[in-house]
Write a protein that binds this ligand. Structure first.
Ligand code: ZN
Length: 193
């Protein structure tokens, strides 16, 4: 899939909006990404994640993948669908008192080769936390993937990284926001304008 095809799918599903948005961080942005809106359609989720699996499989530096693992909640569907395409297990980690952990009887065997996925990589923080969980269980992170990389490609996780589309999404403090300066008002994504 080309970047354009991927972003078209997001836009068709209102998962990538253009406008003047007030983010939960308090910052303003001209783009808003909500992956759940594209992943709510199972055939679309399957198509996108199969494309990500194909990229990972084609990368010889990733090599064999024994399981796919993601941080809950945003990564769960991505892990499930990428794992389906690769024919391997899908696991997820979750926070317990803010610490990323492997629960529910999920197991990683020593030496298992893990592909860590997320819906969107912004800072790579969640992926890094999952990589630490993998290492703590004796697994090996062989690569990382996301549907969208909104770091503009800047995040370095020390392993091969793949995304279906790379976006640079500038955010502004309200006092520095060029859209505010032009007189428009930032809205919370999802609210009607
Ligand atoms: Zn603004």
């Amino acid at each position: 899939m080309t970047t354009e095809e991927v972003l078209n799918l997001f836009e068709e599903n209102q998962a990538l909006l253009k406008g003047h948005f007030l983010l939960s961080s308090g910052l303003h942005s001209s783009r808003y990404l909500q992956c759940a809106l594209v992943l709510q359609h199972p055939p679309v989720a399957e198509t996108l994640c199969a494309a990500l699996a194909t990229k990972a499989k084609a990368d010889v530096t990733v090599g064999q993948i024994d399981l796919v693992i993601a941080p809950a909640l945003g990564g769960v569907i991505v892990a499930h669908e990428v794992a389906r395409a690769l024919g391997v297990r899908a696991l997820f980690t979750e926070r317990q008192e803010k610490v990323m952990t492997l629960r529910r009887g999920f197991q990683i065997q020593p030496g298992e080769r893990c592909f860590v996925v997320e819906d969107v990589v912004t800072t790579g923080g969640s992926t890094r936390e999952v990589m630490e969980v993998v290492a703590a269980h004796g697994g090996v992170t062989v690569g990382a993937g996301s549907l969208i990389d909104r770091s503009g490609g800047a995040v370095d996780l020390g392993v091969p990284r793949h995304a279906l589309a790379t976006l640079e999404v500038p955010t502004f403090k309200p006092e520095d926001c060029p859209m505010c300066r032009e007189g428009s008002t930032a809205v919370k994504p999802g609210s009607r304008q």
